[in-house]
Write a protein that binds this ligand. Structure first.
Ligand code: LLP
Length: 428
């Protein structure tokens, strides 16, 4: 979040007073700033626009699949990385062109493979077994899907172990040493059009050296394939750029431009030496939507026990990152921005689990019931990982832009908790 600023006592986000927003839409509520979203996407476009390289940005829909946000990104020229039939549906519904969609996944059902082929999107093939299945489906459907081979490049980013995806022991991709054979096999198969290779090494990466390593390995693979007569149309290096969460981290967090400076020299050097011109694809999620949203919650109660607890109405049902990855997210008291941070508090959610901690041991102003706590940089893997755990309907989402507000998802009701459930006749 870059725009929040002190105006009176209240947090202002996207030109809108967050206290007014909370009154109008209730809490909890996710709030996304359209300008920030556009700016973040454009910073990728401009960082990777060079005379020599043609780059496409395939936004990772898993980070936040709200249709309004996808629509905005589509209008900026985004493609999409989708990881399920559901995400494919979201991307297509938002108007993202099918020739800019890559269907990823380590465990795609036959039905999903058929949907991908039917929709004419590219498929990132994660195993030799999947390659054979896809080929059989393609023959049967009389189609010729474009594919990429998902490569496991065996690199170790310094991130939480649950979000490192290119480790040797990760479940994603074909082992590096088998990828040439996999590509040759893809070439042999009828009705399969091998056009790219793909990797994604992890998420929330702040030390970019690992991108240099992965790019080097992928471009060496491009060369090896070229020497075997296989020329690729694209190389997809995935997403993973981290964002700053604390004030200190924000000062050092790398930007898309820094990422471009790490990736492009290796990419372009190989292009030149081989005299080829593949497209570069990137799949950022977090760095585009993460800083563009806040989650606004209300304080239900405060308690002085062995610790000072501030119990808010949003827990890991709506925002699981702190509980699942020990993630740090800044919190501010949105109606008391000018008050001195004077009390050490732990902000906890309403879920019946000890791990439902949103912000541990933070200095906050004196907080009381009814105050508003905003969780910052909550746009990525926030709503998209939410649940109805503990019988809590999911919250609303709103979009703000230069002082205007639009509801972009109604909050669920208790009816939504029972909507698809059936009580067998014999129990009635
Ligand atoms: N492409 C692929 C194939 C991916 O698996 C992912 C994320 C991305 C792109 C986007 O990565 P990003 O730019 O957002 O780092 N829920 C976790 C993050 C899981 C990421 C999974 N894959 C979290 O909240 O930290």
């Amino acid at each position: 979040m870059s725009e929040g600023k002190v105006e009176k006592e209240h947090l202002v986000f996207g030109g809108v007073d967050v206290v007014d927003l909370a009154e109008r839409y209730g809490t909890p509520v996710y709030v996304t700033d359209e300008n920030e979203l556009r700016t973040n996407f454009r910073s990728y476009k401009s960082a990777f626009e060079t005379a020599n390289t043609d780059t496409d940005i395939y936004y990772a829909v898993k980070a936040n699949g709200n249709l309004a946000l996808l629509r905005i990104l589509a209008s900026e020229g985004a493609g999409a990385d989708v990881f399920s039939g559901g995400e494919l549906h979201l991307a297509k519904s938002a108007g993202i062109p099918v020739d800019k969609i890559l269907f990823n996944g380590n465990s795609k059902s036959e039905e999903e493979l058929r949907e991908a082929v039917e929709s004419n999107v590219k498929v990132s093939v994660d195993s030799l077994d999947e390659l054979q299945t896809l080929s059989a489906i393609a023959v049967e459907m009389r189609k010729e899907p474009e594919i990429a081979i998902r490569v496991n490049p065996d690199v170790s980013p310094a991130v939480h172990q649950k979000i490192a995806t290119g480790l040797r022991e990760s479940k994603f991709g074909i082992p590096f040493y088998e990828t040439v054979a996999a590509c040759e096999e893809a070439k042999r198969l009828s009705n399969i059009l091998l056009t790219g290779i793909h990797c994604h090494i992890g998420s929330q990466i702040l030390d970019l050296r690992v991108f240099r390593e992965a790019t080097g390995k992928m471009m060496n693979l491009v060369e090896e394939l070229y020497e075997k007569g296989i020329e690729l149309e694209f190389v997809d290096l995935g997403g993973g750029l981290g964002i700053g969460h604390s004030k200190e981290e924000k000062e050092i967090a790398p930007t898309p431009k820094d990422l471009a400076e790490v990736i492009l020299p290796t990419f372009e050097a190989k292009m030149q030496s081989l005299g080829i011109n593949p497209k570069l694809i990137l799949e950022p999620g977090r760095s585009i939507v993460g800083p563009a949203s806040i989650l606004v919650s209300k304080v239900n109660t405060v308690k002085q026990a062995y610790k000072n607890f501030v119990a808010i109405d949003a827990g890991f049902n709506l925002f699981i990152r702190p509980a699942m990855y020990d993630a740090y997210h800044e919190v501010v008291v949105a109606n008391k921005l000018k008050d001195q941070d004077s009390v050490l508090c732990t902000a906890v959610g309403p879920v019946c689990e000890s791990g439902d901690i949103i912000a541990k041991d933070r200095m906050l102003p004196v907080v009381k019931r009814g105050d508003l706590v905003a969780i910052l940089d909550a746009g990525a893997y926030g709503f998209s990982m939410s649940s109805q755990y503990n019988g809590r309907p999911r919250c609303a989402e709103v979009l703000v832009c230069d002082g205007k507000v639009d509801l972009i998802r109604r909050k669920e009701s208790v009816e939504d908790l029972i909507r698809n459930q059936e009580i067998p006749k014999r129990l009635k």
